[in-house]
Ligand binder design. Sequence first.
Ligand code: 0PR
Length: 391
Amino acid sequence: MIEKGLNQQDILNILEEKLKSDHCYESGQILGSMCTDPLAFGKKVYLKYMHKNLGDPGLFPSTAKLEDELISEIGELYHGKNIIGTFTTGGSEANIIAMRIAKKLRPDIKKPEIIVPASAHASFDKGEDFLGLKIQKANLKDNFELDLEHYESLINKNTCGVVGIAGTTSLGLIDPIEKIGKLVEGKNIFFHVDAAFGGFMLPFLKELGYDIPKWDFAVKSVSSITSDPHKMGLGIIPTGGFLIRDPSVLHKTGFEIPYLAGGGFKHFHIVGTRPGGTVISFWAIMRLLGMEGYKKIVKECMESTEYLEKRIAEIDGVKLAVKPKMNIVGLTTENGESICEIDDKLREKKWMLGKFLDYNLIRIVIMPHVTQNHLSRFCNDLEEIIMKHDR
Ligand code: 0PR
């Protein structure tokens, strides 16, 4: 701890220097991230309201009401009525909340299990660890789609929950939510859909005419959904979302902190103090963009994705792992060689991609900060790297 405070400009200069190795979205070189620069208006609203604490809704009842309204509005976008839920620190917290509810709703099961696709996000492994339950991983087929037969074979008397993913982390694929729904219908098994990424892509893709299968509350056995504003919603970090169909679950499984909010207030969260400013900011962002604004952004991302697909097809040595369903592109080698060396060389040139070793692929997420110009430069560098590698 320094003895005497510094002046503001000196502090800012030191910070600038200390943070200089961080990558920035404007460079267009952050290609593997599911986050992006939040909208300027969203930042402005956040700055105004960042002192609000949703952990104490008794102090901020209007913010709490705004949160409920916004959850219900997003629930309607997902074909639900009177949906309740909460904003979270992100998709991980939302998924862990869902896993806890699945466990809590089945106290009759002594060794609870939750079935997830092998493509599930790491947050489910964390949930397994925190909650002392077991996750069963269903295999993927060679084309990276879920092996539904294997999935079904994992359902047993200890299954308290099942999970489907609408926008997988590695490739943006959509699990067969309706078919999973059929498997658990009438079985008192909690069905959670992880649309952390897809939640702010799929409704707009559908409106744009893309062929999107049912993935949300339109599937009647879907119990809850994760959907993150801080990914394609363009919200401020941290804003994740958890939505649940049956409001009585809050009363059955919620935590109560008697000294807060005058008592009687129940909540799902893992955290206590939590930001209200990000939620208010997201309320403003949804109003600023509307369906039209999101559709325009998603359309541009998809056009860039299609451009990248075309360019990759022209480069010998690499290929798409699968045809993209949304703005996530997986690249792998044509001859089955490890993709690691190519990824290392790309990183030397500051192209920052996600690497999935188990599938030997590198991931590009075409977020709004990535333009066709950036992708063109990226493909030129990729081509050069491969040519040198082959020599
Ligand atoms: N579910 C899915 C399907 C996800 O893809 C992710 C995160 C989560 C849940 C968890 O969300 P939170 O990270 O909000 O808890 N997917 C990204 C990933 O692992 C997260 C991310 C975002 C990583 C930006 C890097 C980055 O720069 O790739």
